[in-house]
Design a protein around this ligand. Structure first.
Ligand code: SF4
Length: 437
């Protein structure tokens, strides 16, 4: 009997990607085959993103394309929390489910195409099916978020913070490492808040008692012998504790801290967590503890009420903080976000555009200066893609997909997933070139 085939579209952030991996794992476990294209598949699942208006449009377009090419479409993910929006534009979809509604997605798949029970087809790798290359994997430690940033509707879509039990996270991490993963990317909406919802509950792991909190989790992951990279960390005081683990080489010297802005007035209007912390002093202390620390961040320009003085403050702050990598987004009003009703004056589109360009040029110069410090050094590089004697990889200071890369050449052939030592020959504003051996 032929296995039923499901075509899958995964949109949105790494957290949505992890949800997609769960669904694909379940599908494979039940004997479904994952199709390479919509045409000819028994059903299509579209995992949507509902964060920004542009992402919503992209999701609605992807649903339209799947309907045109296949006709049988199940929608899930963040935009799925707003079924009316989807059904108004695409009344023909079979089912609409919200984020992490795995059971409802599977029920909709079963209704569209009954599962094949063939034990040979049911074999799946023990670490589940990952949509990332085999050598790195995202490790999602919690769902939802208890902050209330005024521009964000994620808490409305995904609910308050719910931390996964510590042993469950560590078991998954161990399984991934056993299966060959060499880099774990820890993600959530607010990684530093891990365990807060459980009041840092006591947990037992391998006969030892610990707490469901960021430091204990980081320490255990740091003992697995693989690269561990922390994303979505806020500059709370207790984050200082994990810098010690970085100094010991247990965690990568890398922090992804979504600062979003530097002006106190804008941060207040954004209702950002940790906005009263003395962040520059904190960064200076982090760099004292771990001189090689790389900081990646994201920022929003043109938030309602942002003045030229606020924006200039942001540019000055970036130069002082020496942020290694920064993404910049022009503010877009999100339907349902509080920022729309705060009575703040909107920033004109042409001002937003010009601030975005100024930000990018300014940050490019900072990144280029930061990257130069690597030239002439021998650094470990993890290889993401190899083609004989040439490869693309990353140093410890860069995360996949969002940061820069290393272009490698080597006397000996290289393989994806291996970690090599390479001499950095040159740097541009984003990437490095290096030789192996
Ligand atoms: S921290 Fe703020 S921006 Fe991030 S998910 Fe929570 S509410 Fe949204």
């Amino acid at each position: 009997m032929n296995a039923p085939r499901v075509s899958f579209v995964s949109l949105g952030c790494p957290k949505a990607l992890v949800d997609s991996e769960h669904i694909v794992t379940r599908l494979r476990a039940e004997g479904y085959e994952i199709a390479g294209k919509h045409d000819g598949a028994d059903v299509v699942i579209v995992n949507t993103c509902g964060f920004l208006d542009s992402a919503r449009d992209e999701s609605l377009d992807a649903i339209g394309k799947a309907l045109a090419e296949n006709g049988k479409v199940i929608v899930t993910g963040c935009l799925g929390a707003e079924p009316d929006v989807i059904r108004e534009r695409h009344p023909g979809v079979l089912a609409v489910t919200g984020p992490q509604a795995f059971e409802s997605v599977m029920a909709a798949v079963h209704a569209a195409a009954a599962p094949a029970h063939d034990p040979k087809l049911d074999l799946i790798p023990s670490q589940g099916v990952k949509l990332t290359p085999r050598h790195y994997a995202y490790l999602k430690i919690s769902e939802g978020c208890s902050n209330r940033c005024s521009f964000c509707i994620i808490p409305a879509l995904r609910g308050d913070l719910v931390s996964r039990p510590l042993p469950e996270v560590l078991r998954e991490a161990e399984r991934l490492v056993k299966a060959g993963v060499r880099e774990l990317l820890v993600i959530s909406q607010d990684t530093s808040a891990y365990g807060l919802d459980t009041r840092y509950a006591e947990a037992t792991w391998r006969g030892r008692t610990m707490r469901t909190r960021f430091l204990d989790l980081a320490r255990e992951l740091g003992g697995l012998g693989v690269w561990v990279r922390l994303h979505y960390v806020y500059p709370y005081p207790h984050v200082d504790d994990v810098l010690g683990l970085m100094a010991e080489g247990k965690l990568l010297p890398y922090l992804d801290v979504p600062f979003q802005h530097a002006s106190p007035a804008v941060l207040r209007a954004m209702r950002r967590p940790a906005n009263r912390e003395k962040v520059l002093e904190r960064i200076a202390r982090w760099r004292q503890a771990v001189p090689e620390l790389a900081i990646r961040s994201s920022f929003i320009v043109g938030f309602p009420g942002e003045t030229e003085a606020d924006f200039q403050l942001l540019l000055d702050w970036l130069a002082e903080a020496k942020v290694d990598r920064a993404g910049c987004f022009k503010y877009e009003p999100v339907k349902g976000a509080r920022a729309n009703d705060m009575g703040l004056p909107l920033v004109a589109d042409e001002v937003k555009d010009s601030r975005w360009r100024r930000f990018m040029a300014h940050q490019q110069a900072i990144s280029a200066a930061r990257l130069k410090r690597h030239v002439g050094k021998h650094l470990p590089v993890i290889i993401d893609r190899a083609d004989g004697h040439r490869a693309t990889g990353r140093t410890q200071y860069d995360a996949p997909e969002i940061d820069g890369v290393v272009h490698l050449s080597s006397r000996l052939p290289l393989r994806g997933g291996e970690i090599v030592t390479a001499r950095v020959e040159s740097a541009d504003a984003y990437d490095l070139s290096a030789t192996v051996g």
